[in-house]
Ligand binder design. Structure first.
Ligand SMILES: [Zn+2]
Length: 404
């Protein structure tokens, strides 16, 4: 296969995580037939970028529900907006543009600072997509030069374009970055934010793998990618977070588009995926042994949080038959089943009612303390919380004495 980034043919498949349904397709019943998509991870030996061998097509990813939302980290945004406002040529008259709904909170910060020419690409009006469930998966595919040039002509090209947590979803990276470039004035800027896969790769955490992400960058392999749009990097910062750090690049549109050139640091990451892949059977086996033993000796086990991270844990490690249900208080999820494992989704009060002894947290690590504080009835009854994440201080891997 060809590398989705540097176009070389030297991409090596290393990890087959199996075929799984899309995590947003909560099943109405245990008997619901699901469409499965193979998740095979590969690394390019030329540029080092880790990628799915076959990105799941965006048409398969449009969720069947309109009540889903994604929350991205925000703590660093004030600082980033300060950096953007201080760029040469930027004033309160500058045009600030966002690509998706994930950019709204950044755009709001510019408005608060007195910027008045602020707009965002609208899925319905600009892209002509009528389906109210369409989101990131659709915008990434529709971001290409011809369409974005028309939108920029109509609404005003950007002095600064904000592009948060979508580039890693690109099915066609070149078209995507060039589409972004078409929204930006010559000499204008782009702010691109994406997850940094370093921690997951180092800790052998497989929750990183997600059918919505076609690309898995680390700072070394992301360096130079925006050259596809004629951008020249001004700065890259990595903002630390417990599960996945955020990479933020600020770049200026100074030249003509070119194919990103592999760099030495990116090439030096080659081998990262094979190490990660080699640990997969050991982690899966250890988790199954630990869960089986716990269940036999102590009692029922539940997952806490019905999202794609719970799907990744239970489906990739094939441990659905060792878990009784998923606790999640989202009203719309009640009575539905977790994709793949088909575990019933029930309110968190069931943890006590059904005598659960171990609840595996599968929400973001930053939320773990809050969830535990809200569920004292469970811990008072003798229940224990652990986290599915290797990077959590309460990781289930420590509970089972599993080395990462
Ligand atoms: Zn490559």
């Amino acid at each position: 296969m060809q590398c989705h980034v540097c176009r070389s043919d030297s991409v090596k498949a290393e990890l087959d995580a199996g075929s799984h349904p899309v995590s947003t397709f909560f099943a109405p019943s245990k008997d619901t037939t699901e469409a499965n998509y193979p998740l095979v991870m590969a690394q390019c030996t030329n540029c080092g970028v880790i990628q799915l061998t076959k990105p799941v097509p965006h048409t398969a990813l449009v969720p069947p529900y309109d009540w889903l939302f994604a929350r991205e980290p925000e703590e660093h945004l004030d600082m980033v907006v300060d950096q953007l406002m201080a760029l040469p040529g930027i004033s309160k008259d500058s045009v600030i543009v966002g690509l998706t709904s994930k950019d709204d909170t950044t755009l709001d910060r510019f408005r608060t600072h007195g910027f008045s020419s602020v707009w965002r690409v609208d899925v319905q009006n600009d892209l002509g997509v009528a389906n109210p469930c369409a989101n990131i998966e659709t915008v990434q595919r529709m971001t290409e030069p011809a369409r974005m040039t028309k939108i920029a002509d109509k609404r005003g090209a950007a002095d600064i374009l904000i592009v948060r947590h979508i580039i890693e979803h690109s099915e066609d990276l070149q078209a995507f970055v060039q589409g972004c470039a078409a929204l930006v004035k010559p000499g204008g800027y782009i702010m691109v934010e994406l997850p940094d896969c370093t921690t997951s790769l180092e800790k052998n955490d497989y929750a990183m793998i997600w059918e919505e992400h076609s690309l898995y960058f680390v700072p070394e392999t992301f360096d130079g990618v925006t050259a596809y749009g004629g951008f020249e990097k001004l700065r890259t910062d990595v903002y630390p977070l417990p599960f996945e750090n955020c990479i933020v690049e600020i770049a200026q549109k100074t030249g003509e588009p070119s194919i990103p050139r592999p760099n030495a640091a990116g090439k030096a990451t080659v081998g990262q995926l094979s190490t990660y892949a080699a640990a997969f059977p050991k982690i899966t086996g250890g988790l199954k042994v630990g869960l089986t033993k716990w269940r036999d000796e102590k009692g029922p086990i539940a997952l806490f949080g019905a999202g794609h991270l719970a799907c990744a844990f239970v489906n990739f490690h094939d441990c659905g038959d060792l878990i009784d249900f998923v606790a999640d208080d989202t009203p719309q999820k009640q009575g539905l089943f977790l994709p793949g494992a088909k575990l019933p989704i029930v309110p968190s009060s069931e943890l006590v009612d059904r005598g659960v002894t171990l609840a595996l947290l599968a929400l973001s690590i930053q939320n773990e303390d809050n969830v535990i504080a809200r569920n004292t009835a469970f811990t008072d009854a003798g229940g224990q919380f652990a986290s599915v994440f290797a990077a959590s201080s309460r990781s289930v891997r420590d509970l089972f004495d599993l080395q990462s």
